[in-house]
Structures are given as C-alpha cells and as structure tokens.
Design a protein around this ligand. Structure first.
Ligand SMILES: Nc1ncnc2c1ncn2[C@@H]1O[C@H](COP(=O)(O)OP(=O)(O)OP(=O)(O)O)[C@@H](O)[C@H]1O
Ligand SMILES: [Mg+2]
Length: 357
C-alpha cells in the first residue's frame, strides 16, 4: 500500500532549503541566469526572440505529456490556413497560455487563483476547473502503481492554493528567488489542483515567477527540455520531498536545470544574433535596393513568412512584397514551400538554430 504524508503549507523549514550544497549550486545557476538576462537585452527586437523561444518551449513542454510535433508542423499551422491537427493545436494553445500569462504579469504583477485557472483552461480547453470530485492520484506510467495522492477535498485544495499564492506573489522570506522557485514548483505540483495539465500549468508559473522577481524581463527560460532529458529523477525527487521532507536533492536538481537551460539559451541567442547580422550583411551586399531593417526583422519574427506579412509590415503592394521574398530566396536567405494553396518563405537557417538544443 502506498502512503504519502499530508501536504504541508509553505514555507518549509529554512535549514531544509538552504544547505551548503544548495547555496553552492545557487551561485552557479544565478550567474548563468544573470548572463542570459543580459544577453537577451542585446537583441534589438525582443519580439523576435520571444516568438522563437516560446514556440520551442511549447513543443518541449507538450512532449513531456507525449504530445509530439515538429517545428515545421507548428510553423505551418501558425502561418497558413490548413486545418490544425489535435496534437498541433495543443501546442499552439500552450503557446497562447504563455503569452497571456506574460501579459497578465506585465499588467497586474501578481496572480490570483482565477488567473491560474485561466492558464490551465487555455492549455486543456475544457471547463473542468479545480478538482471537486475525489479520485485523482498520480501513478507510475509503467507499473500503474499509485505513487502520490494529492489532497482530495476542494476546500483543502483552495486553502493550499491561497497559501501557495501568498508565497508566489510576495516573498515571505529572504530566500533567494531561485530557491523559492523550486519550492513553489514542488508545492503546486503536489497540490495538483486540476484533473489534468498540472505539469504544463506549473511550468508556465515558473517562467512567470522569474519575471515577477525580475530575474528575466521576457519569457525565455524554460526547464522543460531539461526535465524531459532527466524525467525519472524529476518524478522521484518530487516524491522524495513528500516522503522524507528532504528538499536538498530536489532543489539542487531544479537549480541545475536553471543553469543548463540558461546556458543553452545563451548559446541559441548568440547564434541568432550572428545569423541576423549575416543576413543583414548579405542582403545589403547582394540586394541593396530591397534592404530594409524591418524586412529582415520580420524574417526572424516569423521564420515562416508570406506575402501578407510583408505587405502589413512594410506597407507595400502585394507585387512588391512578392518580389522582395523572391529576391531573398534567390540570394539564399529564404526557401519557398507550397503549403496547401499558399506559398510560404522559410528562414531555414533560423529554423536550424531553433531546432538545436
Ligand atoms: N510524486 C509526485 N509528487 C508531486 N507531483 C508529481 C509527482 N509525480 C509527478 N508529479 C507532477 O505531476 C505532473 C503531471 O500532472 P498532469 O498530468 O496533471 O500534468 P500534465 O501537464 O498533463 O502532464 P505533464 O507534466 O506530464 O506534461 C508532472 O509534470 C509532475 O510535475
Ligand atoms: Mg496529463
């Protein structure tokens, strides 16, 4: 028989979450994240960066839930009017949930229970809301064995969520926000307020928390790829906290995830910057007449571009827009592809960078 301990309210005892090992990893992780925040600012067009990274995260995070799609499928769905398949749609929903969460944080600077419900609803697309019928348990995928039973009573869930939000919105202690991030993530997943989508909602809360605490200005750090690569540890460490009240290994895992993903994202941003400059240079050299800063930036904001986008962005006729895109294809910047009845122009070198971890 499985048994777990009743979920405790926040905060945990300080001595449990501020060990020497934690502090050692903390300084490495917070440096890496600081560097990421800095380099992100040097990208001239922030929209461009957010679009690219958020779509990748939507894909990775959904993959934890076994929703597998490709970059190409996603961009095709976003750019053209082809019918969206279920698995593609879920990833696109996840992307919308990140964007609306980010807008909310920018506007009001904190979250309410109903905001978390809205995020989950955008991802899952149903109205079930917070669990009110008992029976939800977490099982081992392979053996079917019950590993963890979250609180079952709706009022207990709501009470735990208010306690969670008190800590999420306002720092209640002087712990470093990255330590709090790990604690909050454990707590949210253990409350497990919804029937489904708790993992994905929790991963969006993570990025919003980083922004609230000004560790980042824009939503570009995601732990999903790390969790995907180290999934068994992730589950067993969450479980360890509940079973033993030993937080250290779990917190170090989360801090390590911040370090590794920050470094990956820094690399990615550097490659994007190099490609952007190269693209500007080649266009100015080979097609100086069509060169416009906004045109090149558009190709980075929308790696799958089409005539309408150029018309809107540059305020030019369709004919001119079409000529620009064709010229850019001739000089090797874009590759065209027919999808349904539409022609799209793909910034393939950017897509290659985005595909790399
Ligand atoms: N032992 C555990 N204790 C607390 N939380 C757990 C435990 N095992 C798994 N979880 C959390 O439950 C999440 C899965 O819950 P749920 O299926 O509702 O979310 P999801 O978004 O649909 O799935 P996924 O996270 O797999 O994409 C995991 O991501 C993890 O964070
Ligand atoms: Mg699920």
């Amino acid at each position: 028989m499985h048994q777990n301990n009743k979920l405790q309210k926040l905060p945990p005892g300080r001595e449990k979450v501020e060990t020497i090992e934690i502090l050692r990893q903390l300084s490495i992780s917070s440096n890496a994240l600081g560097e990421l925040k800095g380099i992100a600012k040097t990208i001239p067009n922030q929209e461009m960066l957010i679009n690219a990274v958020v779509l990748q995260e939507a894909k990775d995070s959904s993959e934890i839930e076994n929703i597998i799609t490709t970059q190409d499928e996603l961009y095709e769905a976003l750019t053209t009017n082809t019918k969206q398949l279920r698995h593609v749609k879920e990833v696109i929903n996840y992307r919308s949930a990140i964007f609306s969460g980010f807008e909310l944080i920018k506007k009001q600077g904190f979250l309410k229970i109903k905001d978390i419900e809205a995020i989950q609803k955008t991802i899952i697309e149903n109205n079930a809301g917070i669990r009110s019928i008992p029976g939800t348990v977490l099982k081992n995928d392979k053996t079917g064995e019950v590993i963890y039973t979250p609180p079952q009573d709706k009022y207990e869930i709501l009470d735990l969520l208010s306690n969670f939000l008190e800590h999420f919105n306002v720092k209640q202690n002087d712990l470093h926000p990255l330590i709090n991030l790990a604690i909050l993530h454990y707590q949210f997943e253990s409350i497990h307020p919804f029937y489904d989508g708790n993992g994905r909602t929790g991963r969006i809360l993570n990025i919003l928390y980083l922004i609230i605490n000004e560790l980042l200005d824009i939503p570009i750090l995601y732990l999903s790829s790390y969790i995907n690569d180290n999934k068994a540890d992730y589950y067993s460490l969450l479980n360890k906290v509940n079973q033993t009240n030993e937080w250290s290994d779990y917190i170090i895992y989360m801090l390590k995830a911040v370090e590794v993903t920050s470094k990956q994202t820094i690399k990615k941003i550097s490659s994007i910057k190099i490609l952007l400059n190269e693209t500007i240079y080649i266009t100015q050299e080979k097609e100086p007449k069509i060169y416009r800063k906004e045109l090149i930036e558009l190709l980075f904001e929308q790696p799958y571009s089409k005539i309408e986008f150029v018309v809107d962005r540059l305020n030019v006729e369709r004919k001119a827009a079409s000529r620009y895109l064709k010229k850019l294809e001739e000089i090797g910047i874009l590759k065209s592809k027919k999808i349904g009845r539409e022609n799209v122009y793909i910034n393939t070198k950017l897509i290659d960078i985005l595909k790399k971890q």
